[in-house]
Design a protein around this ligand. Structure first.
Ligand code: GDP
Length: 444
């Protein structure tokens, strides 16, 4: 998978790393080639455009960290944007709903729907310890129900007995009833496909969906059909609430266009990859691992990540030292605010920082969100260096200027100064308590 794209990107970005200093022209040239490589990999044009634009903005706006070179930074930016394009976080199957949980499999004929049904059922049984029942709702293709029955026998997974002439909605109903009686955890409904998306297929899918209330509606698409796979996904999504995509025949897909465009175009997460005909050829879709596979430059990416971590650690250590000395000025507050923003904003950090935990309630009631962090930084930036080191010298007239300079009110400036004073006082207390105090001085 992705062989050709990996080769092309490797060439382009590899050439960058051979340069000493990197100019904007080098980056622009490299991105032009990245663009061609993505288009040749059959990635949708709007996705390519927005990808290149994002990489460019980020690459130009990113500070180059100590101990890495600009080309390595660009590679890291390309990697991060690839991860984002692929959907950022891994999206897992929902296993936690109240049993019997229903998974409905939808997709065109030949996409690999029945095979994927059996693969997922096998994975649920063997790896998750679930009791699974499979049922084929495909009454159109004569051998479809038989095919699932055979796969059930091969894998040792129960299938719903076939009743000739029963209609899809009734089969779905029977499957759920029988699952309840037998204490089944997950029922997998393998619906009928068609050669093309048509109205009768969509109507049948709707009816089954209404009857079975699936927790997961998994759309199976064939990656070898490239952009058609993305179009098919759009059509299905417009009619039924698709919760995830299973992308099959990845093993034969050297280009990867469908995998790369799917998330951005449809907004639907890819949850699983079919990687072969065998029933264990199924993989979870991890955006970061896929990006690593595509770029093939894992070493550089982790090098840059380590450099970034070290710098954050340095800053945090400096701050901790100042706190221990009981000396915490507005520059330190600004640096703390900046770090909080970088590390995932207010909510993830409240409680972790000395002093802030105690004020959490107060901050919550003041509706402290990430925008406020930015505004507070702006107020501090509007002060003179002397004022930042020594806030008590800020007179009323200066408060007005600071408020005007940062687009805030005098009350906001007062609130900030009060917050800083509380924190600084607390730091002083910490100092008195000594080292032991920092560890368990009741700060939280
Ligand atoms: P359905 O009509 O959508 O139910 O498609 P099937 O499940 O019957 O699959 C059609 C063909 O594709 C079968 O020969 C499968 O073995 C094959 N197939 C399914 N998934 C994969 C895959 O991930 N990789 C490969 N190489 N073949 C697959």
């Amino acid at each position: 998978m992705f062989e050709s794209l990996t080769g092309r990107l490797g060439d382009v970005l590899g050439r960058l790393t051979k340069r000493g200093a990197l100019t904007e022209a080098d980056v622009t040239e490299a991105l032009r080639e990245v663009r061609v490589a993505l288009l040749e990999a059959d990635v949708a044009l709007p996705v390519v455009k927005s990808f290149v634009k994002r990489v460019k903005t980020k690459a130009i706006g990113t500070e180059v960290l100590k101990s890495v070179n600009p080309a390595q930074m660009v590679i890291k930016v390309v990697h991060d944007q690839l991860v984002e394009m692929l959907g950022s976080e891994q999206q897992e199957l929902n296993l936690v709903a109240v049993p019997p949980v229903v998974y409905m499999m939808v997709g065109l004929q030949g996409s690999g729907k029945t095979t994927s049904t059996a693969k997922i059922a096998k994975w649920l049984t063997e790896k998750q310890g679930k009791k699974v029942l499979m049922a084929s709702l495909d009454v159109r293709r004569p051998a479809a129900q038989e095919q699932l029955k055979i796969l059930g026998e091969q894998t040792g997974i129960a299938t719903l007995p076939i009743i000739q002439g029963q209609m899809p909605v009734d089969i779905a109903k029977r499957a759920v009833q029988s699952a309840k009686l037998q204490g089944v955890d997950i029922v997998m409904l393998d619906t009928a496909g068609r050669l093309h998306v048509d109205e009768s297929l969509m109507a049948e899918m709707d009816a089954v969906h209404k009857e079975a209330h699936p927790t997961e509606t998994l759309l199976v698409v064939d990656s070898l059909t490239g952009q058609d796979a993305v179009n098919v996904a759009e059509q299905f999504k417009s009619r039924v609430d698709v919760t995830g995509i299973v992308l099959t025949r990845i093993d034969g897909d050297g280009r990867g266009g469908a995998a790369l465009s799917m998330r951005e175009v449809t907004g639907c997460p890819i949850k699983l990859l079919g990687t072969g005909e065998k029933l264990d050829a199924l993989e979870a879709f991890h955006p970061d691992r896929i990006a690593n596979r595509i770029l093939g430059m894992g070493d550089i990416v982790s090098l840059v990540e380590k450099a970034a971590e070290t710098i954050e650690k340095d800053e945090a250590e400096k701050l901790a030292l100042k706190m221990q000395k009981g000396n915490f000025d507005l520059d330190d507050l600004a640096s703390q605010l900046r770090q909080m923003r970088k590390m995932g904003g207010m909510n993830s950090l409240v409680g972790m920082l000395p002093g802030i935990g105690k004020m959490k309630k107060q901050l919550d009631s003041a509706n402290l969100d990430d925008r406020l962090l930015i505004r507070q930084e702006a107020m501090i930036q509007s002060m003179t260096p002397k004022e930042r080191r020594n806030p008590q010298i800020i007179a009323a007239s200066r408060k007005k200027r600071i408020a005007a300079g940062s687009g805030m009110s005098v009350q906001d400036v007062n609130r900030l100064l009060k917050q800083h004073k509380q924190m600084a006082d607390m730091m002083k207390k910490v100092k008195k308590l000594g080292k032991k105090g920092i560890a368990r001085g009741g700060m939280q």
